[in-house]
Write a protein that binds this ligand. Structure first.
Ligand SMILES: *Cc1c(COP(=O)(O)O)cnc(C)c1O
Length: 438
């Protein structure tokens, strides 16, 4: 008898998983529901590649949904994590490394004087919301259709019927009362913004936005829209909250806010939320802002917020080692060049094949859309994203997966390139795309 145990296939693992974990996954998008088929069970990853239970290797354009900006298993990060783990997993007491990570992040994001570390983007966005409400003494909040801010109850909302009406819960278990104060507006719509502030201005605690939205594929907030949003918030004493959980340290070293600060003199958000890259693949996130706002938090102020594993020593070691690589001179230029080569390449390959496609990228984040007609503009909001060709995306997704390229398994997700993706990886991806589109 062979001493080696028979390896399970992805399908066998998925079947087994579904017996003990709802839907077989611990986060819904992993189940491949949007595209159909069997999710790949990953056994390990290295550099730009992930390897599944059947030994199949894929070029990874998900990167754990953003955190793995250096690629998998970067030696400096691995070393920092192993050393930190040997010193202890968690103390529930302050450590010097938390200060170092806070200092590192604050040095790169000048809109913040202070920040607090938490363990997930959901937790950071939820805490930012409570802080905004506590600091302003107001209840109403504004979010945009298609932006995702984690799964806190008050943020699981879709637009109501009319303009500037309050939203409806998008999940069972969220009582209507809990989203009563959440307004949902179309993205990039200045008129809707103005109407909303006319109607509700003095009651709005904050506007929360993904400045470059990565949860409806890839949609930028237009500069005039952002400029008007900043003006209205300032005028009404409303806090502008940038959810940079995805875009933070991913689209630029100074995050998306640095791009808007370049385009709009004096621009800065009031509160910023980070996650994903700042943890380098470990559970770590943060929210921060000016001192006067942050001092509203316990133990200094009346806004309660806490966490047993917050500022975890192994996670902070991972995040710190990651950011120290990311801030090296030339890092973002190289990453952006590679990402643009991929995006431009995909558009060229689609064009060759006569398939209408639009695409965009910034730093190490990209998106592409199967348009309905050639020359269709890039989608500017959720409705336009959802009107692109889902069936074609799904066929393309599987054709690419079959050829060893792992794209996000849903057309409403952005893609990510890491520093470990080589020119050869991009070329192999474009070769696969050429075949897939045929
Ligand atoms: C991923 C994400 C979140 C939620 O972060 P989790 O760590 O998954 O809880 C929040 N906001 C944005 C913009 C995200 O991309």
């Amino acid at each position: 008898m062979s001493t080696e145990m028979k390896k399970s296939t992805n399908a066998e693992l998925f079947e087994r998983a579904q017996k003990v974990i709802p839907g077989g996954v611990n986060s819904p998008v992993r189940a491949f529901r949007a595209v159909g088929g069997t999710p790949r069970f990953i056994t390990r990853a290295q550099g730009a590649y992930i390897i599944d239970a059947e030994g199949q290797r894929y070029i990874d354009y998900i990167g754990s949904w953003g955190p793995m900006i250096l690629g998998h298993g970067h030696p400096a990060v691995l070393d920092a994590v192993l050393k930190a783990a040997a010193d202890g997993f968690s103390f529930g007491a302050p450590t010097e490394r938390e200060i170092e990570l806070a200092e590192e992040i604050l040095s790169l994001v000048p809109s913040m004087d202070q920040l607090r570390l938490v363990s997930s983007g959901t937790e950071a966005a939820m805490s930012a919301l409570r802080l905004a409400r506590g600091a302003t003494g107001r209840s109403k909040i504004v979010k945009f259709e298609g932006c995702y801010h984690g799964h806190a109850d008050a943020l699981l909302v879709k637009a109501g019927s009319g303009l500037a009406t309050f939203g409806h819960p998008t999940s069972a278990g969220v009582p209507p009362e809990v989203v009563r104060d959440t307004l949902v507006l179309p993205y990039n719509d200045v008129a809707a913004l103005e109407t909303t502030f006319d109607l509700h201005g003095p009651g709005i605690a904050c506007v929360m936005i993904e400045p470059i939205a990565g949860n409806m594929n890839f949609v930028r907030a237009a500069v005039p829209f952002m400029k008007r949003l900043r003006e209205l918030c300032t005028q009404h004493g409303t806090l502008l909250v940038f959810d940079e959980v995805m875009s933070g340290f991913r689209v630029a070293l100074g995050s998306a806010q640095s791009l808007y600060a370049k385009a709009i003199p004096g621009f800065a958000p009031d509160i910023s939320v980070f996650g994903k890259v700042i943890g380098g693949g470990m559970p770590l996130a943060a929210f921060g802002g000016k001192r006067a706002v942050m001092e509203q938090l316990a133990p200094l102020g009346p806004v309660y917020q806490a966490g047993t594993l917050s500022g975890n020593p192994v996670a902070t070691a991972c995040g710190l080692a990651t950011l120290r690589e990311v801030r090296k001179p030339g890092f973002f230029d190289a990453l952006a060049t590679r990402t643009k080569a991929l995006t431009d390449g995909l558009l060229a390959v689609a064009n060759e094949a006569g398939v209408p496609m639009a695409g965009d990228c910034e730093g190490g984040m990209f998106g592409f859309f199967f348009s309905r007609a050639s020359g269709d503009p890039l989608p500017q909001n959720y409705g336009a994203v959802m009107a692109t060709d889902k069936e074609r995306f799904n066929r393309f997704f599987h054709a690419m997966l079959d050829r060893g390229v792992y794209l996000a398994p849903a057309m409403y997700e952005a893609g990510f390139v890491s520093a470990a993706h080589s020119a050869d990886d991009i070329a192999a991806t474009l070769h696969a795309a050429r075949e897939a589109l045929r």
